[in-house]
Design a protein around this ligand. Structure first.
Ligand code: FES
Ligand SMILES: [Fe+2]
Length: 350
């Protein structure tokens, strides 16, 4: 038997689909009455939007009756109708064998899905019942329109496991190696005379078990001199396993930018990555583009490493000193269904 290099890599990682909220489409892609087929997270999903109340439905794509692909069906009112014999399903997976029938022969497999600041987020659970154990937080300054939509960027598919992004947030050592050199935002072109000094930090939320924080204070060093006035802060909040991550960039004396970065596994080692951002009205467009583009250029440096590496848990004997260990203890919760291969913590979290 020949084993592909990708499969060899995959076997070194924890399972590919930790539980969490995942971006499965942009809200604007699914208008009322639309239906489309989405393949990700090891699932085939028929994603549709009700014509009556705009609610999103995410149901197993294969009809509970005889397995027809429901994504080729049609939305009727608030239900998705199968193109073969006309069974109808609502967003809670309740099936009817005829549009007027009151019978509910069964409840079809489905997932909770919501619109979240222009992204359709679906809660993926390893269990069959998909009640999300936590909600994604409101963003009051976007709701109040203090911050307004400024753009999005689809980075396509990246060959990596989703845990890499979380690992990155506790791996302070790589900052001085990978992220020290300034690059022209949105490109990989180095500006070798400008260096970035990082002061990273990582912590857990005191109350919300699924939340962790990565902070970075960055200051520019030009020609060997540190310019304190260039100091900027980024607070990065993991709202789960790295599937949706919120960045808050504070630009002194000007305002705030919020960016969401999402990772959605379409295959075990393939993530669809996208970015969507909002900014205070007074932040000039060029500055927003600089901040976002700078992050994306630095993120690409990590992605270039991730796409060919394997996963190594903390080497034996080094666990106590390895900053990843605490992160692994935190990450363990996203695999609630039993033993987790390859994480360097046991199933009781120790
Ligand atoms: S296969 Fe869908 S209604 Fe029969
Ligand atoms: Fe990094």
């Amino acid at each position: 038997m020949t084993v592909s290099p990708t499969r060899d890599r995959e076997l070194t990682y924890p399972p590919p689909y930790p539980d969490g909220w995942y971006r499965i489409a942009a809200s604007e892609e699914i208008r009322p009455g639309d239906v489309r087929h989405v393949q990700c997270l090891g699932e085939q999903i028929a994603l549709f939007r009700s014509k009556t109340d705009g609610r999103i439905g995410a149901v197993d794509a294969f009809c509970p009756h005889q397995g027809t692909n429901l994504a080729y069906g049609e939305v009727k009112g608030d239900r998705l109708q199968c193109p073969f014999h006309g069974w109808q399903l609502d967003a809670d997976g309740r099936a009817r064998s005829h549009p007027d029938a009151e019978d509910q022969p069964l409840v079809h497999r489905c997932w909770e899905a919501i619109d979240y600041y222009g992204m359709i987020m679906m809660y993926r659970s390893s269990g069959r019942v998909a009640e999300a154990p936590y909600r994604l937080p409101c963003q009051p300054n976007i709701d109040s329109r203090q911050l307004v939509y400024r753009g999005q960027y689809d980075a396509g598919e990246v060959d990596m496991h989703i845990i890499e992004f979380a690992e990155n947030s506790v791996d302070f050592q790589h900052f001085s190696n990978i992220h020290r050199v300034m690059r022209i935002p949105w490109t990989g072109i180095k500006l070798p005379w400008i260096r970035i000094r990082h002061r990273p930090s990582w912590s857990l939320d005191d109350e919300l078990g699924h939340v962790s924080y990565f902070g970075d204070e960055a200051t520019l060093e030009i020609g060997g001199r540190v310019y304190e006035r260039t100091r900027s802060r980024a607070l990065i909040t993991f709202l789960g396993p790295g599937s949706i991550v919120r960045f808050k960039f504070q630009i002194p004396r000007i305002g705030e930018i919020i960016m969401f970065q999402s990772h959605t596994p379409v295959e075990p080692l393939k993530q669809r990555v996208s970015f969507r951002w909002f900014a205070a009205r007074r932040v000039p467009r060029i500055l927003v583009s600089y901040v976002i583009g700078n992050w994306i250029s630095q993120w690409r440096r990590d992605a270039a490493i991730w796409k060919s590496k394997i996963y190594r848990p903390c080497p034996p004997g080094t666990e106590e000193a390895d900053p990843r260990r605490k992160m692994h203890q935190w990450y363990r919760q996203f695999y609630p269904d039993g033993p987790v291969a390859n994480l360097s913590v046991s199933n009781d979290g120790g």
